[in-house]
Design a protein around this ligand. Structure first.
Ligand code: MV4
Length: 660
């Protein structure tokens, strides 16, 4: 086993690798960008080195620099994690040339699987089932059209250098082919610098089922069973599970054998994933092989009991696979969800900021949280905005679904928008519960997965009211309060106040009073007893329940019974002093770059008119006029980098029309 390795990655996967290393007494060297100097993976590692500025291209992708650091630190091997350099054959080669072990497959295997057309020809020869298609080198447009006509429609054109959904075009009829081909080739050239394509029969809404394989340097290759990753949105996996629902032992054996044959055909070593698409008839077809550890590997770990990073380290250091094939079996069912800092209500736009409050269910035999961040850490715009992977295990799928729902209900996050509630609605969806998951599910059911906006239960307002009174009393106790007078009412029996709270567009008045030496809220005796951290016991009449409270009265986050609302107190004093400001300052919702300014200063525009466009987290954001009015002045220019909350322009809304 290695004594020391360098981890050429960041975030949750770097942390997860360090966990295994620690257990195996392998020392760890982390690398970090300037934006990650205080990141969790850096704090966890034995040693850490800065590799460059925030941009991945100047830090985590600088292969030569990473290799130099491994040598300088005396690390024998480099674990690339996933993404970044994990499937970069030049990097794997450079590691070998420098005498550092690349914890991954041989360079030739990465190369063979990287070129999709050649990989499919190879798989065909190895007897791995393929969708009917054309994977040849002749790229003449007429030849390609003839092949598509032969295969039949609908057909799909895929960039050979692509993968994971990039550079694909579905063609529904022969007369649409030429145009789609040209468009696909343009995209492939722009994205990969290579416009080679392949053509396949298009399967509508297949399932995505992948096999985890493992091979050692002594000629053994095994299947660690399948994962179903069909629940995805725009080629981003959302939920993964193992085993795949509805797959019987016979099909599992067929797919496992096909995956092992795929791996053997390229002399594979290490952890790999063979991706298939499958239809309801039990037919399955090779799509591609990912020559690295996958994001979703924990569900396989949960059903096998193995640590796949440990297996990777053992195999890379020359040991045989830790288990005989006969010792491999599936135990129970595991589900993983990817918790993202994104806003499902705004088209899943990334939401970045500080994780002001982050409480997860405690780890157990049933619940695992893989995360690269802790409470207080930042989700930055520089990298993937995943907060964590939440993984649960139980004896069967139905029990695992309940485990996941209860784990999601226990999750508390304040500071960024996230997809936790969306994930809960997906897992709770009848179609998901029934195991009828295909790659079109989320898109098709988007409407039923949208948040319902039910009335906010009274408990949230009661908790907010009690918290407000507690704040006021605390301020009185420290003598720091302009509210010093308010506690006076406590002494006068039967005094009461009416507090106004809002939750989104819902408003509610809560009457609080002292009577019989106790607080009464909405007519019932009520109290809030502090527990641990942000947790309290809310006692209300003859009932009790746990609540968590985060933030100040003007924006209090209340968590109770698996739900979460932001409850704002309408402070009558603050509101009395406020005047309506017609000059709204329009600010950047997240850090980014200004890419377009659509109007000159002084222009008059209608409500909703796009004023400027910024690029943030690889997405375009359009800032629109909040009302009809005038753009008074710009505080930014095209090309500017702006921080979150930066004022972009000043806008003066038209005076209300009083002529009518
Ligand atoms: C397909 C397909 C239907 N027919 N190929 C997308 C990602 C890439 N790995 C393969 N992909 C697909 N290839 C044929 N011949 C449908 C998809 C596909 C898909 C596959 C797996 C997971 C999600 C997907 C979402 C849309 C399309």
């Amino acid at each position: 086993m290695f004594k020391k390795i360098l981890i050429a990655n960041r975030g949750e996967i770097a942390c997860r690798i360090i966990d295994s290393c620690r257990r195996l007494s392998v020392r760890t060297v982390a690398v970090y960008s300037e934006a990650d100097a205080a990141a969790r993976h850096v704090r966890m590692a034995d040693e850490a080195f800065c590799v460059g500025p925030a941009a991945s291209s100047e830090s985590y992708l600088r292969g030569e620099r990473l290799i130099e650091m491994a040598q300088r630190a005396g690390a024998e091997a480099i674990h690339p994690g996933y993404g970044f350099l994990s499937e970069n054959e030049a990097f794997a080669q450079a590691c070998h040339d420098a005498g550092v072990i690349f914890i991954g497959p041989p360079v030739e295997a990465i190369r063979a699987m990287g070129a999709k057309s050649a990989a499919k020809r190879l798989m065909d020869e190895a007897g791995v089932p393929l969708v009917p298609g054309y994977h040849g080198d002749d790229q003449d447009a007429e030849r390609l059209q003839a092949e598509a006509d032969r295969i039949g429609y609908p057909a799909i054109i895929k960039a050979s250098a692509g993968g994971g959904g990039k550079g694909m075009r579905v063609v529904r009829s022969a007369d649409a082919f030429a145009e789609e081909l040209a468009s696909c080739q343009r995209e492939a050239r722009a994205s990969f610098g290579d416009d080679h394509v392949l053509i396949e029969k298009y399967l509508e809404r297949p399932r995505h089922i992948e096999i985890q394989i493992f091979a050692d340097q002594h000629g053994h290759t095994v299947s660690l069973f399948e994962r179903d990753c069909s629940a995805q949105r725009r080629h981003q996996k959302v939920v993964e599970e193992a085993p795949a629902p509805g797959i019987d032992e016979a099909q599992r054996a067929r797919m496992g054998e096909a995956a092992c044959n795929a791996a053997r055909a390229v002399d594979y070593v290490g952890a790999g994933t063979v991706e298939f698409i499958a239809d309801d008839s039990g037919a399955f077809y090779f799509m591609e092989m990912n020559t690295r550890l996958q994001v979703e590997h924990p569900v396989t770990e949960m059903i096998t009991g193995f640590d796949l990073v440990e297996w990777q380290l053992r195999v890379a250091s020359g040991e045989p696979l830790p288990r005989e094939p006969s010792a491999l079996a599936i135990d129970g069912h595991a589900i993983e969800v990817r918790l993202y800092a994104e806003d499902p209500a705004r088209g899943f736009l990334p939401s970045i900021g500080r994780l002001a409050h982050f409480v997860a269910p405690p780890a157990s035999a049933h619940v695992r949280l893989d995360s690269g961040v802790e409470q207080g850490d930042e989700i930055t715009p520089h990298y993937d905005p995943m907060i964590a992977k939440l993984i649960v295990w139980d004896v069967d799928r139905a029990a695992a679904v309940e485990r996941m729902l209860s784990a999601l209900a226990d999750l508390q996050i304040v500071g960024v928008r996230h997809n936790g509630d969306f994930l809960a609605r997906l897992i709770d969806h009848d179609v998901f519960r029934a195991g009828k998951v295909d790659t079109g599910l989320i898109e098709r059911e988007m409407e039923t997965l949208a948040p319902a906006s039910p009335d906010v239960p009274a408990v949230f307002f009661h908790a907010a009211a009690l918290a407000l009174l507690a704040d006021e009393r605390a301020r009185v106790a420290t003598g720091a309060s302009p509210w010093a007078a308010v506690d006076g009412w406590r002494l006068n029996a039967r005094q009461h106040r009416t507090l106004v709270f809002t939750a989104g567009d819902q408003e509610r008045e809560i009457r609080v009073a002292y009577a019989d030496d106790a607080l009464h809220v909405d007519g019932e005796r009520a109290a809030l007893e502090p527990s641990e951290g942000a947790r309290y016991r809310l006692i209300y009449g003859a009932s009790q329940q746990d609540v968590s409270l985060v933030g100040p009265a003007a924006a209090r986050h209340v968590f109770a019974a698996g739900a979460h609302y932001e409850i704002a107190w309408r402070d009558p004093l603050a509101e009395a002093g406020a005047v309506d400001d017609p000059q709204a300052e329009l600010t950047a919702p997240m850090p980014g770059t200004i890419v377009a300014i659509n109007h000159d200063a002084g222009a008059h525009v209608e409500a909703g008119t796009p004023i400027l466009v910024m690029e943030a987290m690889k997405m375009e954001l359009t800032i629109k006029a909040p009302a009809s009015g005038t753009v008074v002045r710009y505080d930014c220019a095209v090309g500017d980098q702006v921080g979150e909350g930066a004022e972009l322009f000043e806008f003066e809304a038209d005076a209300p029309d009083t002529s009518a």
